[in-house]
Design a protein around this ligand. Structure first.
Ligand SMILES: Cc1ncc(COP(=O)(O)O)c(C=O)c1O
Length: 405
């Protein structure tokens, strides 16, 4: 008897979670591991948010809530969209789930039919393609590169659209590249999307982590017509350092929301009532901690990019947002020491080979670019202190120098 369902044949375990787990295991065994792997801020959740959770417990807010989220949290989300994005939604256009990931999963399960195509610009967040495949859709990957600032052009988008295209995924600032689209960039994409019968899924999870005064813009913010066709996903994980609380949310078409509610009602029901109270405090409360974290990330961003660009064979673009550096290491692939490794290890993915050696021999965790659809790069999360960044990058430098011979 085959124990495992066929539907699992199309998905892979999340490589970022796997690398983080391996790095933690090495750390637990006593090794001094520098972790550039995790996709989460290293700061503690701000105090007033934790206090709101304690209060919720004391007040007995420990029961089931409506599947889509408490009225209070949904109203706080409506307020957030109005204040930050100038977008007006009704309560029946909002859903709260157990993390942005679950919201995305439910969105695709509720909208895709077998064979529907989903356009995903690469490099992309690891879970998009797997979730689309689980929902029996077909990921259509459109590559971008360092020369285009890791941004898809209107021409590329137009070319990728077929009669089967159902969804276009827009993620700015992006995981893994940190690239963020300007208003002009978004307008160009909207000129392609607006006349078409396509849903734009805007994943705004890194909205608050954007640098150099760049304005955050998503496609729904460009026109009323585009707002109708856009489904916005966001959450508190990254902005408020609340990854463990598991609260994500979405806003958009009421019929899609209703069907996502049905999906969620038959799987997990509501997100944790206590986390929902905390998320409400995050969205409505003092936003100063968000700015403090953003400023700390900005300093680290400049540090890590300048250190990376000092290493021979490495080229790193300055990201406009999020907390990831995505350096190309193609220069290193040409070094004799690396070529020897390739022959020895018989690993097809060069970025995976690089990251395996980096973790095993130099005790630095990074995620291979191949996991994001680009084998030329690795992803380094700079959600760690400056001393650790310096230590980790100097080990990478050492590895590359050893490979260069
Ligand atoms: C681009 C992107 N979207 C969504 C998520 C989901 O985050 P969460 O489920 O913690 O809300 C992540 C997390 O890594 C992400 O990087």
């Amino acid at each position: 008897m085959k124990l495992v369902a066929k539907r699992l044949d199309v998905v892979e375990p999340s490589p970022t979670l796997a690398i983080t787990a391996k790095a933690n295991q090495l750390k637990a065994s006593g090794l001094d591991v520098v972790g550039f792997g995790a996709g989460e801020p290293d700061f503690d959740t701000p105090n007033h948010i934790k206090e709101a959770a304690k209060q919720a417990m004391d007040q007995g807010k420990t029961k089931y809530t409506p599947v889509s989220g408490t009225v209070n949290l949904r109203d706080a989300i409506i307020q957030k969209f109005k204040n930050d994005n100038g977008l007006v939604y009704e309560r029946n256009q909002i859903i709260v789930g157990t993390g942005g990931k679950q919201v995305l999963y439910n969105f695709f399960m509720a909208t895709l039919n077998p064979g529907d195509e989903v356009i995903i610009p690469a490099p992309y967040w690891v879970s998009y393609a797997d979730i689309v495949r689980l929902a029996e859709g077909i990921p259509v990957i459109v590559p971008t590169d360092i020369a285009s600032g890791f941004k898809i052009t209107a021409e590329q988008l137009e070319k990728a659209i077929t009669p089967k295209t159902k969804v276009f995924i827009f993620n700015s600032p992006s995981n893994p590249t940190g690239a963020a689209y300007t208003r002009k960039d978004v307008e160009k994409l909207v000129s392609v999307l607006e006349p078409k019968d396509i849903i734009t899924l805007s994943d705004d999870i890194y909205e608050k982590i954007i640098y150099d005064g760049l304005e955050f813009v998503n496609p729904a913010m460009i026109s009323g017509k585009m707002k109708e066709k856009t489904f916005v996903v966001n959450g508190v994980s990254k902005a408020y350092s609340m990854t463990g609380w598991r609260i994500g949310y979405a806003a958009g078409n009421a019929e899609i929301i209703k069907n996502m509610d049905t999906m969620q009602g038959q799987s997990t029901s509501n997100a944790s009532s206590i986390s929902q109270a905390a998320a409400e405090a995050a969205l409505l409360g003092d936003q100063k901690p968000v700015e403090e974290m953003r400023l700390a990330f900005d300093k680290r961003r400049k540090l890590i990019v300048s250190l990376l660009n000092e290493i021979p064979g490495v080229e790193c673009r300055m990201p406009e947002g999020a907390f990831y550096a995505f350096p190309y290491i193609t220069g290193v692939y040409d070094f004799d020491g690396f070529k020897k490794l390739v022959l020895e290890k018989k690993e097809k993915s060069l970025s995976k080979l690089f990251c395996d050696v980096l973790l095993d021999k130099y005790n630095v965790a990074a995620v291979p670019g191949v996991a994001f659809g680009d084998d030329k790069a690795i992803r380094l999360s700079y959600a760690l202190g400056e001393k650790d960044i310096e230590k980790g990058i100097s080990r990478i430098k050492q590895m590359i120098s050893d490979l260069k011979g």
